[in-house]
Ligand binder design. Structure first.
Ligand code: PLP
Length: 461
């Protein structure tokens, strides 16, 4: 057995033992204890010790992957959580870190998936590969639900297995020779996929940035919107609103500035609206609400955080036919080519679920689940406010961005984990401008949110 397998087995069996133990303890009710077994110990960039003596092939490692730092943020948090469980096997660990949904998918949605899956067992109902771009009915429902009167048509929409997967597929479309900008802090998939594609230089430890990426600082000082007058031109601009991790949502004026900036520079915006349905304030829910955006923007979104589809896997990307490369070739045609080559269409069962999400009853049910998480957000915001912290986000996104001035995010993460057994996410994991912040996710059972807030109050009173 390799060391890796050994470590995984040790952690798995120890967390199972912990689970078995916890079943005797009524206080653990509603507290999710199971360590995520997948993804632990994956994504590590350094050569593992045991492979230094093992047989080696003659294939060189992809140098771009070697540029990545330690590991993808969330597996690293999973690793620390697992280590914490080994240290404190009786701890009632609460995860408000990774941002995974916890509440059941409404019955109106799962019953549609059940029906589609049962139909697959009949001669009449069986279907195999579908259109790579998604089923026509779902593309039409997405267009009419999320892009009403915005001039987005069914065939501008590409249904997928999630926004993260589409971010990588878009990077394959762009290739290695483009330059890119990201909000700092931002969802790590933009930077990591850019590094993997070979768009960047090495990681510069002194500034905690990759060479050739333009980091657009988003902090309380600039209202979490970059000062575009100081941003260098890049080919691609990743922009997420409402933002993960800061929770900030850009206003109409700000997005108008962004679209103008892209147009003046001949850049393409990849706009991530995965949290648009969480918006309370009257900010645009789609970049296509901004006049002229169809000529400079792509939008990616997801059912993950709307309908609890993080495991079901369903998302979409809008590539308007008006968006052209410098030679006049439509970006949508290249995206379609990549989708046909690297993907084979979203699961037909998931697509039936997506269609149900967009029925009147499904849409109402989705809003109810989102409303539940928004109440969780209010509880977390109120807790940190009452403790005297400066708290951002929360209003338009299920994330609360808490400021610990002058402190290292990983230190605060470790302090909170050590003293309260609550997993959060260190802000610096999202980019250097996240240093000094911690992100608290509102995805959790209500009892866990209340318990975590009680522990925060004990720690920081
Ligand atoms: C901003 C953002 N975009 C995309 C994703 C990934 O979504 P999906 O589950 O559809 O891949 C996430 C998930 O946390 C996210 O926060």
């Amino acid at each position: 057995m390799s060391l890796l397998q050994h470590l995984s087995t040790t952690i798995s069996s120890s967390s199972s033992a912990f689970l078995a133990h916890s079943n005797f303890n009524s206080r653990t009710k509603n507290v999710s204890l199971q360590a995520k077994r997948n993804s632990i110990f994956k994504c590590v960039a350094a050569v593992p010790k045991e492979s230094q003596t093992a047989y080696k092939t003659n294939v060189s490692r992809n140098g771009n992957l070697a540029k990545l730092q330690a590991g993808y943020l969330f597996p690293e948090i999973g690793r620390r959580r697992a280590a914490h469980l080994l240290k404190y096997p009786d701890a009632q660990v609460i995860s408000l870190g990774i941002g995974d949904t916890t509440e059941p998918i409404p019955e109106v949605i799962t019953s549609a998936m059940r029906k589609r899956s049962q139909e697959l067992s009949t001669l009449e109902g069986y279907s195999g590969y579908g259109a790579e771009q998604g089923e026509k009915s779902l593309r039409a429902a997405i267009a009419s639900t999320f892009y009403t009167n915005l001039g987005i048509e069914d065939n501008d929409i590409f249904v997928s297995d999630g926004a993260k997967c589409d971010i990588s597929r878009l990077q394959v479309v762009f290739g290695a020779d483009v330059t890119m900008a990201v909000q700092d802090p931002s969802y790590p998939a933009y930077v990591d996929s850019s590094v993997i594609m070979g768009q960047t230089g090495q990681f510069q430890k002194d500034v905690q940035k990759f060479e050739s990426i333009e980091y657009m600082k988003c902090t309380p000082e600039n209202g979490f919107f970059p000062d575009l007058s100081g941003v260098a031109r890049t080919d691609i601009i990743f922009f997420c609103s409402p933002n993960n991790p800061t929770g900030a949502a850009a206003t109409r004026e700000q997005l108008t500035q962004l679209v103008k900036f892209a147009k003046d520079n001949g850049s393409i915006i990849v706009y991530d609206s995965a949290y648009a349905m969480y918006m309370s304030e009257d900010n645009p829910r789609s970049i296509f609400e901004i006049p002229g955006a169809k000529e400079v923007a792509i939008e990616t979104s997801s059912f993950s955080k709307y309908a609890g589809f993080t495991g079901v896997r369903l998302g979409w990307t809008v590539v308007p036919k008006e968006l052209l490369f410098s030679d006049g070739f439509p970006v949508a045609k290249d995206f379609s080519r990549i989708v046909c080559t690297c993907f084979n269409g979203a699961s037909n069962i998931a697509q039936a679920g997506g269609l149900a999400c967009l029925s009147p009853e499904g849409f109402k049910a989705m809003h109810e689940v989102i409303g539940f998480y928004k109440e969780n957000t209010d509880i977390i915001v109120e807790t940190f406010n009452s403790l005297g912290f400066n708290v951002y986000g929360g209003k338009n996104a299920p994330y609360v961005w808490v400021h610990f001035p002058g402190r290292s995010s990983w230190d605060v993460f470790s302090e909170i984990l050590e003293k309260t057994h609550v997993v959060t996410t260190p802000g610096s994991g999202f980019g250097p401008a996240g240093e000094g912040f911690v992100r608290v996710s509102a995805f959790g059972h209500r009892s866990n949110i209340l318990e975590a807030c009680k522990r925060f109050k004990q720690l920081y009173k």
